[in-house]
Design a protein around this ligand. Structure first.
Ligand code: NOJ
Ligand code: CA
Length: 724
């Protein structure tokens, strides 16, 4: 299908005719409509009023987005808001497929109908922009494009005014709009209830900057009364600030709200550029929201030539004990005023330093014995004595160890055991300091055999006045990923801006945190429904380093504090390795706790991190998720199922298994009397025979979950097992 029309504005003689045409356009006569390849979605674009761009989106003839305005407000120059005429339109279809380096599917189909509209402003010297719409079977992406032209070179965005006029008072899973953090707990409410709930939802988080007017973050997950699921986010956030959504709670209207910079501007652009894609994933089936690849499809293929060094990473780390055991610390010294150029061996040791040679070697031994790729070591480097809360620029140098951490000895020991040390670059949000030292820090890693790094941005950003989600920092994170690739280093970033599918382009940027992760289980606990929401929200943008695998969930076990607990059963923690996609996964608990439950730990050892296929079996945001996946290049499958605070029975089918063959399924499940709050460690492990016709009803305890690993069985073992 191809449609093309072009109008030129060359001669003044045609001007009168054109004025007539503008009037026609303004009346919507030249509205453009495209449909998705499966015809379920249709998108209409037109100009209204004084040449204002307006779009609307329908799914199976029902409105998803009612007529909504588009536009960009520019500083000190005319804006791209109105006065437009349509000077060109093009329609195209595209159908191709591509293979992610690491991912949930071996091959991803990229099939869409495209509408490209060129909008010209005759009153502003024929300045023009493009709006490009891509309509997939699973939703819409669109972006603003700013081609190079005579009278437009540089401009500064005052605000983007992209509207999303919803068709009712939908249920919404939301966190408050904030320029600096994504680590809020989710609130579930109707759109109209957001104003009343905002204050409570905006709990204290260090270095937060809640948006002053009413706003929520993306990915924003909604459900209509008729059961339509709508997810709004963005793709390809590059050289542009992150978008939150202003909420007009009375009219059920959302609109773009960009993160400002230190001088209150919202993006510096130079023509031959474009905005990120604004994405609206739509389906009447919640499982299709989770299987959507729209955001990845809108991202660019990787520019890296050699990707052979990019591999999944399963790791443990000197980490959880800092949060729960109370016996060790990141810092070495007792002092709370240090400078990088002082002699840290002269500090008074606090006697609790975690990253000592001895302790790290124990972790290396455990990693090696159980087949882990890496050991994360936090607190190995100088500077932790006063790293937080001082808006201090030179907190860390990323290369100097504390006196009780011997880089050479640990490196050689790790090598002898076939384990990598994972570097930790906590920047304390001083991005300037990190950029200055980046090459030396990466060179140090290369010299010492480190190939992955967990980065962190806790605190207020330096350059002062910038935000975690602003244009400057967006460019910083990408710079770090690209620079790391030059050293064949993989990145796992914490506290960075929420992801937008850039892991396709920068596949060494394995995962991000950018949400409330397991660490909060040690700081008051997460609601049991939290992880049934995250895949519909935060994970729509990309993999998450959720750091699952906590077996000792009752934290009073450590006798170092109150009666805190991780609000899940033990087997729910296993399910996370399947339900929370990431090619980098931590077994976050302290090794001693795994040694106490080696039979359950076996699942974490076995589970794959990279996949040929993914089957979302059942899902409802806020309630439950069951996912099955086939390991990349292997006849092994893994299933994870979770519920919220309510018990339920999951329905699992095995129709994805090759026909006629017999497989052994090992099922790790909550015991009948298990529950997240009273009996979290009561689980059963059973082995059964399964084939492609098997069906399983699996009980899940309140706050619980289950995990299944499936392997090809040999005849003698298969004979001994019951069939389900
Ligand atoms: C916050 C990160 O999310 C956490 O994992 C890390 O331990 C601390 N920052 C210290 O860097
Ligand atoms: Ca964090």
């Amino acid at each position: 299908m191809f449609y093309h029309s072009r109008f030129s504005f060359k001669s003044m003689a045609n001007y009168a005719l054109l004025v007539l045409l503008f009037v026609s356009f303004n009346n919507g006569l030249y509205a453009q409509t495209i449909t998705s390849p499966d015809k379920n979605l249709s998108l209409t674009f037109e100009l209204k009023g004084n040449g204002i761009p307006v779009y609307q989106l329908q799914y199976k003839e029902k409105p998803v987005i009612k007529p909504s305005q588009l536009g960009i407000e520019v500083k000190d120059q005319p804006s791209f808001m109105d006065g437009f005429v349509i000077s060109n339109t093009e329609q195209n279809t595209s159908d191709s497929s591509w293979e992610p380096i690491l991912g949930e599917e071996k091959s991803i189909r990229n099939n869409y109908t495209e509408l490209l509209v060129t909008l010209t402003q005759p009153k502003n010297n024929d300045r023009y922009i493009n709006i490009r719409f891509r309509l997939f079977n699973d939703g819409l992406g669109f972006r603003y494009e700013f081609p190079k032209q005579k009278d437009l070179n540089y401009f500064v965005i005052k605000e983007e005014h992209t509207e999303f006029q919803l068709n009712g008072n939908h249920k919404i899973f939301w966190i408050p709009g904030d320029y600096d953090t994504n680590e809020y707990a989710y609130t579930t409410s109707k759109i109209a209830e957001i104003p009343a709930l905002m204050e409570k939802a905006t709990a204290f988080i260090s270095a937060q900057t809640p948006i002053k007017n009413l706003a929520v973050q993306t990915p924003s997950m909604m459900k209509t009364d008729e059961g339509l699921y709508i997810n709004i986010h963005e793709a390809v956030l590059v050289n542009y600030p992150a978008m939150s959504l202003n909420v007009d709670a009375e009219n059920f209207k959302m609109s773009s709200h960009l993160t400002p910079d230190a001088v209150d501007n919202k993006g510096y652009l130079q023509t031959n550029t474009q905005s990120p894609w604004r994405t609206i994933v739509v389906s009447d089936d919640a499982t299709e929201i989770l299987s959507s690849k729209l955001i990845l499809n809108l991202n660019e293929p990787t520019a890296y030539k050699d990707v052979s060094w990019i591999k999944p990473v399963k790791y443990i780390g000197v980490w959880w004990e800092y949060f729960v055991a109370g016996k060790s610390t990141w810092a070495y010294g007792e002092e709370n005023n240090v400078k990088l150029d002082q002699d840290f061996s002269k500090l008074t040791p606090n006697g609790k330093h975690g990253a000592t040679n001895e302790r790290v070697k124990q972790y290396i031994d455990f990693a090696s014995e159980h087949g882990f790729d890496a050991v994360l070591v936090e607190g190995w480097n100088i500077g932790w004595e006063d790293w937080i809360g001082n808006w201090k620029e030179n907190v860390f140098d990323f290369v100097t160890p504390y006196p009780d951490f011997d880089v050479d000895a640990v490196r050689d020991y790790a090598k002898s055991k076939g384990v990598r040390i994972m570097m930790h670059h906590e920047t304390s949000a001083s991005a300037t300091n990190y950029e200055r030292r980046l090459d030396r820090a990466f060179q140090f890693m290369e010299d010492n055999n480190y190939n992955s790094v967990k980065t962190g941005y806790v605190g207020q950003i330096i350059p002062r006045g910038e935000h975690h989600d602003g244009q400057w920092m967006v460019n910083h994170y990408i710079h770090v990923a690209e620079r790391a690739a030059e050293y064949k280093i993989m990145i796992n970033s914490h506290e960075a801006v929420r992801p937008t599918g850039l892991n396709r382009t920068y596949p060494n940027w394995l995962a991000q945190e950018s949400a409330r992760g397991t660490e909060f289980e040690a700081m008051g606990g997460l609601h049991p429904e939290h992880t049934t929401i995250l895949p519909f929200t935060r994970l729509m943008g990309g993999p998450m380093d959720y750091t699952p695998g906590i077996f000792q969930t009752d934290l009073s076990y450590y006798k170092t504090g109150g009666q805190q607990r991780v609000n899940t059963t033990l087997t729910k923690q296993l399910a996370y390795y399947v339900s929370m996609y990431s090619p980098i996964q931590m077994a976050a608990d302290i090794p001693d706790n795994y040694s106490r439950f080696l039979d359950a730990f076996q699942f974490i050892k076995d589970v794959a991190l990279d996949w040929d296929s993914t089957y979302i079996q059942e899902a409802e945001p806020g309630d439950y998720i069951t996912i099955a996946r086939k390991a990349k290049g292997k006849n092994e499958w893994f299933v994870g199922g979770i519920t919220d605070e309510n018990s339920r029975t999951a329905s699992i089918d095995f129709s994805y298994l090759p026909k006629g063959e017999k497989y052994i399924a090992t099922i790790y499940a909550d015991a009948k009397d298990a529950s997240w709050d009273k009996n979290p460690q009561a689980y059963t492990i059973r082995k059964v025979r399964v084939n492609s016709k098997s069906k399983l009803k699996q009980y899940i305890a309140p706050g619980g979950g289950f995990a299944i690993s499936i392997k090809e069985g040999d005849v003698s073992e298969l004979k001994t097992l019951k069939k389900i």
